[in-house]
Design a protein. Structure first.
Length: 331
């Protein structure tokens, strides 16, 4: 209950900071449309939006809108921000899921290998690789991946979520908005292959960032469990090292992974802004950059507030899951 109640001040603090920082640049109408409208029309738009009222009145009104899940209307294209989030948020969700699959598939097995071969040359190589995965900027890794696998080798598409023909076909069928699910539902292997081929580079670019963290966490915790009495007891009974890792040290090492998933999803949502821009993956991060460029700060406020809600709820759910996996957390 306490963890759930902490969601509200967390979101409130972030929303408040974003609101006042944006207002320091002036009113959103002038920021987005200043110089493109006559002075009288600009003043009329400012009055209609209520941006000529005292700042704290605007702030309280904005909080009331958020409580009703009304994040305002974009200035540049006059769409409800909620509709923008619903339209493009699924694309970001799909990218984050792909990236988590990469992080788990790469980070956990390599972490086990590093722990089993600790203090040997494979362990040293894996530890250095984990640091490189984590330290390399997402946009730089994306540009290098595009250059190598798309431009030089021609193996994978350069950008987008699918080619135009696939997007039209999936859009015509009126699916979920998650391309992989829609492609599978269509029953057309060509659509599935096209969607997956477009997802490989963005997923690797964003997923390897988190894989480095998982690798080091798994390695550290598996090595830590080697010193536990129950592991020594199993070893004294003649249990081999491979079985010790797989049966006795593996599951306890996963508990810290679960507890940091919430933080990693927050990191992935931040990284998605750069990844989506690099690969022209039209998700929420891509749109956020578009609205920032257009100085549409109403849209920026709404998207950032929604991301804050998602991250806070994700952290809460992860805490609940961690308590079920490790009963000691409850106490």
């Amino acid at each position: 209950l306490l963890r759930f109640l902490l969601i509200f001040p967390t979101v409130l603090i972030l929303v408040t900071l974003v609101f006042f920082l944006i207002r320091m640049t002036g009113d959103p109408i002038t920021a987005a449309l200043g110089g493109r409208l006559p002075a009288d029309q600009l003043a009329q738009r400012i009055h209609e939006a209520g941006y000529d009222r005292p700042i704290f009145v605007q702030y309280l009104e904005y909080l009331g809108q958020i409580v009703r899940f009304d994040f305002g209307t974009t200035i540049t294209d006059k769409q409800p921000v909620v509709q923008v989030i619903a339209t493009y948020g699924l694309a970001t969700f799909e990218l984050v899921m792909y990236s988590l699959v990469v992080a788990f598939a790469v980070g956990i097995p390599l972490g086990l290998v590093a722990a089993a071969l600790r203090d040997r040359w494979p362990d040293a190589i894996l530890r250095v690789s984990a640091i490189l995965f984590y330290a390399t900027p997402v946009f730089f890794a994306g540009l290098v991946a595009k250059l190598v696998f798309s431009v030089w080798l021609g193996w994978l598409p350069v950008s987008g979520r699918a080619n135009v023909r696939t997007e039209i076909a999936l859009g015509r069928k009126g699916g979920t908005g998650i391309y992989l699910i829609d492609a599978i539902a269509s029953g057309n292997p060509a659509y599935i292959g096209d969607v997956l081929s477009h997802a490989i580079l963005p997923a690797l670019t964003l997923g390897l960032l988190t894989a480095g963290i998982f690798l080091r966490l798994v390695r550290t915790n598996v090595i830590g469990t080697y010193n536990m009495p129950y592991v020594d007891a199993a070893r004294s009974r003649g249990v081999g090292e491979y079985r010790l890792v797989r049966r006795h040290a593996y599951k306890p090492a996963l508990i810290p992974i679960v507890t940091v998933i919430g933080m990693q999803i927050a990191m992935m949502l931040g990284g998605a802004v750069l990844t989506e821009t690099t690969f022209e993956w039209k998700g929420l991060g891509f749109q956020l950059v578009h609205y920032l460029t257009a100085r549409d700060y109403v849209a920026v406020q709404g998207i950032v507030a929604m991301i804050a809600v998602i991250v806070a709820l994700t952290n809460f759910l992860v805490d609940i899951i961690a308590a079920f996996i490790d009963p000691r957390v409850r106490f």
